[in-house]
Design a protein around this ligand. Structure first.
Ligand SMILES: *Cc1c(COP(=O)(O)O)cnc(C)c1O
Length: 222
């Protein structure tokens, strides 16, 4: 039994106390581990590889809400479009357009988060907060009605320096607030801030996270 059930219960208490939700990140872990939490009532699970996600989706109960949490290649969107609950990391307009196309083909509106690059580390993925205006200008010209943008997502630098991590989460939460007032003030559905992992979720919750993505704390090291 490799799932840490007592860690799950204490994590859920903290997440509930902040009115946030937990995405249990089950990537690389067997279906039995997912079922352990499923039987405790958990329904939100996160994966970052399309082939693995599709296989698990096919095999496991259909009321699981699957979250795609990592970088998503455009040519893989088609495979998850029929069932994905939330795509966490839209990092380009081209990816958003592809999700829009595949959502429409499936008669769905797919919820998605915009990924922002908040960490000090170099990363290929995520918008810089200053790029958001250009993104929304382009989106206003050619809307993507089959994608529902419901919030933002980011990953902090992997460091022991708590002050730095707090500053990065604050940047994401400020980015959320300015997008909210500039583009989504009438839309209650724009309300998610996906931030916080095993090593930094308490700091993320304190900065207003609504979705923490926690894997190794629940399922052990990968
Ligand atoms: C793997 C992963 C997580 C979970 O990381 P842990 O440190 O195991 O909690 C969260 N978010 C993303 C984007 C990931 O790829």
């Amino acid at each position: 039994m490799s799932v840490n059930v007592s860690a799950y219960h204490s994590l859920m208490q903290k997440v509930d106390a902040c009115n946030a939700r937990l995405v249990a990140v089950s990537k690389t872990k067997p279906k039995e581990d997912i079922m352990t939490l499923y039987e405790l009532g958990h329904r939100d699970f996160g994966e970052n590889r399309v082939a693995e996600l599709v296989e698990k989706h096919n095999a496991l109960p259909k009321d699981i809400r699957w979250h795609f949490i990592g970088h998503l290649q455009r040519n893989k969107v088609r495979e998850i479009a029929p069932f994905i609950h939330l795509i966490h990391a839209v990092d380009s307009l081209r990816l958003l357009r592809e999700i829009n196309k595949r959502a429409a083909e499936n008669d769905r509106i797919i919820p998605a988060l915009l990924q922002f690059h908040i960490a000090e580390e170099e990363s290929k993925y995520g918008f810089d907060p200053q790029q958001a205006t250009a993104f929304f200008n382009e989106l206003a010209n050619t809307p993507a009605p089959s994608v529902a943008l419901v919030g933002v997502m980011g990953m902090a630098t992997y460091t022991d320096n708590e002050e730095q991590v707090v500053g990065e989460f604050k940047l994401l939460s400020d980015t959320f607030s300015s997008l909210k007032s500039a583009h989504f003030s009438q839309e209650d559905s724009f309300r998610e801030i996906s931030m916080g992992m095993s090593g930094d979720y308490p700091l993320a919750l304190a900065q207003g996270s609504t979705l923490v993505r926690v894997g190794s704390l629940l399922f052990g090291d990968r």
